[in-house]
Design a protein around this ligand. Sequence first.
Ligand code: ADP
Ligand code: MG
Length: 200
Amino acid sequence: MSRLEVVCGPMFSGKSEELIRHVRRTLIARRPVWVFKPALDERYSTEAVVSHDGRRVEAISAATLRDVIEHLTEVHAWEASPGIIAIDELQFFAPDELDRELIDEAEGIFSRLIRCQHRVVVSGLDLDFRGKPFGVMPAIMAMAEKVSKLTAVCQMCGEPATRSQRLIDGKPAPVGTPVVLVGGDEAYEARCIEHWRYGD
Ligand code: ADP
Ligand code: MG
């Protein structure tokens, strides 16, 4: 029986590291692994999940969650022995909480995945830079059997950070800038609630 697990938290909280750890353990157990990431995130490379400290594992870039399922079907994953399906940066597959069609489709896909023979581990940002639940994440967190909320280290004070601060020229990004803006440490900082700023 499958088990859906969500790893979430702000940027730099170790979500990709944790996903990679799950995948490595499955490889040690000599079980099959399938790793996916959204095609739009080309921060490092298109065919690996890479953490901010350089750990990596091979991955398939997919434009949509439907492509993920299609790929799993093509490689006969549904007939394989139990393994792990891992998806990084899940929020980017359905980033807009108002896009009901895409969110419903994602929910449908996960209610199928939750019944397959493989463990399903996904990671993603629980909140966007505005501090709002990020697209499909809350729905999948609700469906999951386990949710791990990780914290980063606040770059202002060193306390646990739960928020991603978007910066433009070193200053908090203005209200109304697009939600999806892929970037690394030049555009984002991990911040605690005290030091996180948006729209003030
Ligand atoms: P995520 O996928 O959540 O963005 P990663 O797994 O890619 O995070 O990277 C986590 C790593 O980032 C940490 O192990 C650490 O080496 C590094 N790092 C850089 N800045 C921070 C920070 N502010 N807080 C915690 N870790 C940080
Ligand atoms: Mg990551």
